[in-house]
Design a protein around this ligand. Structure first.
Ligand SMILES: [Zn+2]
Ligand SMILES: [Zn+2]
Ligand SMILES: [Zn+2]
Length: 256
């Protein structure tokens, strides 16, 4: 059942007439930035030991390693510092998501979630904000890409305004599943809650299938966080056995 669903979602995404998910595509990988054997930052030939990121960008060990907040790849001197010590690489700058595109992605995700049996996920507000706003909201100095809030009967999603299309889609897929839980009065343990939301991101990345999306899946698989990482792997094992219907049944067991 799930492979069929994934196929239909794939069709919807790619028949929408938009190339939303082509960021960090093969074309970019074949460009000068990735010239074999040269450093992504200084352009000099690489000799001996070097660092390599998830996309094959290689850099000399002498450079400071800045990773992109959106894709996790290495940044060169053209990266944008979006807040102190936090960078956005040139590729993600090029594919920054507009509010209109974010709304389009939300439409696709909601339609997909409806098709897999999650039902309607009704109105919520979307706001694109800066990193400092998110950090203040979550009371951390970490890389916060999005959050979902329930205030009485009002539901809000706030996302980092600097995300590439793929990263934005993953974050929205995650946050919308928080809204789904809020609206149905489902309050599971934190690892189950976040793991379930990450399963939504996983499925979307798998559907997109680009190098950027595949790197995001590696990030989920290897996330050492006991709530986000272990929670995701726990729910993913369940999903592999029981599919979405089993996962939804499990979640509905946490209605309060
Ligand atoms: Zn170098
Ligand atoms: Zn990037
Ligand atoms: Zn979350």
């Amino acid at each position: 059942m799930d492979s069929k669903n994934q196929e239909s979602m794939f069709d919807k995404l790619f028949n929408s007439g938009k190339t939303l998910f082509e960021d960090i595509s093969k074309k970019v990988r074949q460009s000068d930035f990735f010239k074999q054997g040269t450093c992504y930052i200084c352009g000099k030939p690489l000799i001996g030991i070097y660092y390599k990121d998830l996309y094959g960008r290689k850099i000399c060990t002498s450079h400071q390693r800045h990773t992109c907040i959106s894709c996790g790849g290495f940044c060169n001197d053209s990266a944008m510092e979006i807040s102190p010590g936090k960078y956005l690489c040139t590729h993600c700058q090029h594919y920054r998501t507009s509010l209109a595109d974010a709304k389009h992605i939300i439409k696709l995700i909601r339609k997909h979630y409806l098709s897999i049996g999650l039902g309607e996920i009704s109105r919520f507000h979307l706001e694109m904000v800066g990193l400092e706003d998110l950090q203040r909201l979550m009371q951390t100095s970490g890389d916060i890409l999005g959050c979902a809030k329930m205030t009485g009967r009002r539901f809000d999603i706030e996302v980092l305004r600097h995300l590439s299309h793929t990263a934005m889609a993953g974050v929205l897929a995650h946050e919308i599943l928080h809204i789904w839980q809020y609206q149905r009065g489902i309050f599971p343990p934190q690892d189950v809650c976040e793991g379930f939301c990450n399963l939504g991101s996983y499925e979307l990345y798998k559907t997109i299938g680009s190098p950027h999306a595949k790197a995001k899946i590696v990030g989920l698989d290897k996330d050492p966080n006991p709530i986000y990482g272990d929670g995701y792997r726990k729910i993913k094992r369940y999903y592999d056995k029981e599919g979405w219907s089993g996962v939804i049944r499990k979640m509905e067991g946490y209605v309060q």
